[in-house]
Design a protein around this ligand. Structure first.
Ligand code: DNO
Length: 357
């Protein structure tokens, strides 16, 4: 059975309510996080308990956290990383006490995901997020301004204003961090936290780089199958796992998603799936996001779900960025309606696969 979830940004900051999520057929999980703890600090037990209670009071489960973000000092490898790693270990322990089973995180320098347009209009009148290579040749500051000015007033995940305010200093700090150094710093982090995960029964699920390529000269270390293999080999434990995000990895057409899914799901190293579609618009690999339906984009969603089904995937899964439709003015990518349609579609594929078996 799939454990279908829906990402929720909390009562303070998400216009979508838990009772709405509860009414999406076949959805049992809320994928949540604490948004008011500064990156690098310990997540207080009482705050996690309060979130858990909110979710369970709405007859939903909270077992996946997305994300516990990693302080840049850990990624850069500064001496201060040890303090932040200790904090991370304590956060894992606190999350485990509240029944959390999976932590999604990423190891991208400075930026989390990058898009160059947050409200690109499609012919049907909906809007989606888009990425054009030419646009990222602008300065990072200009790109940040575009993202922040077009987010409908919401704070976007991974785009914390306090961190972005220091962006020039961060670029200086990352000057000597190439891919090899970033990998070594990831290994240092994993060696320190995976034993705690094993003790606590919490799986780590690293998210791919989005888009899966180096931008602004910053290294990227989770772009494709070989990167995945390297990350798993850094610390060989079932608790050192991966999130497979079909959208992020799919943004490089050379990534064979069904093959990647078969390989890593059969190795039992994929505790969490993000499933969404994207549409390429030219030979340069510019793309925009789309409805989940295969023919609305460039990815074969049935082949993706088939690969999961064939390998008996029974982990957590969620639809990912949707379009903004039906007049909703939500957080870009994270409206209610199109993600709910995505869930219905993915569940429909899955039910068909169950019947065929
Ligand atoms: C964007 C998300 C990312 C993701 C993080 C995981 O919409 O896919 O922000 O949550 O990269 O740490």
């Amino acid at each position: 059975m799939l454990k279908m979830g829906f990402r929720w940004f909390g009562a303070q900051d998400d216009p979508i309510t838990l009772s709405q999520i509860r009414q999406i057929p076949g959805t049992t999980q809320v994928v949540g996080a604490l948004y008011d703890v500064p990156v690098g600090e310990v997540w207080p037990l009482e705050k996690i308990q309060a979130l858990k209670k909110q979710v369970t009071d709405a007859s939903l489960s909270l077992e996946v956290i997305e994300s516990v973000n990693i302080h840049d000092d850990i990624k850069i490898g500064k001496p201060s990383r040890d303090r932040y790693i200790e904090n991370y270990q304590q956060t894992i322990r606190n999350l485990a006490k509240c029944g959390i089973k999976v932590i999604c995180y990423n190891f991208m320098p400075i930026f989390d995901w990058i898009r160059t347009d947050l409200a690109y209009p499609l012919p049907d009148g909906s809007t989606v997020m888009r990425f054009e290579h030419q646009q990222v040749e602008k300065s990072p500051e200009e790109m940040i301004a575009t993202v922040q000015n077009n987010a409908n007033g919401f704070e976007l995940p991974g785009w914390e204003p306090e961190r972005l305010a220091r962006v020039q200093r961060l670029f200086t700090d990352y000057r000597d961090v190439d891919a090899a150094k970033l990998r070594a710093n990831l290994k240092y982090f994993l060696d320190a936290i995976i034993p705690v995960c094993e003790e606590c029964d919490v799986k780590m699920a690293m998210h791919p780089d989005d888009p899966p390529m180096s931008l602004f000269g910053l290294p990227r270390i989770y772009k494709n199958r070989d990167d995945m293999q390297q990350i798993l080999a850094m610390h060989d434990s079932p608790y050192n796992g991966l999130t497979i995000c079909t959208g992020s990895l799919g943004e490089n057409p050379a990534n064979d998603l069904p093959a990647i899914i078969r390989e890593f799901v059969s190795r039992d190293r994929v505790p969490f799936m993000h499933v969404r579609n994207i549409k390429f618009t030219n030979e340069q690999g510019d793309f925009h996001e789309s409805a989940h339906l295969s023919r609305e984009g460039s990815l074969d969603m049935v082949a993706i779900m088939q690969a999961l089904h064939e390998k008996h995937f029974d982990g957590y899964i969620r639809p990912d960025h949707g379009r903004n439709i039906w007049g909703e003015t939500g957080r870009p990518g994270y409206g209610l309606y199109d993600r709910a349609l995505g869930i219905a579609y993915l569940n429909g594929i899955w039910e068909t696969l169950d019947h065929e078996k």
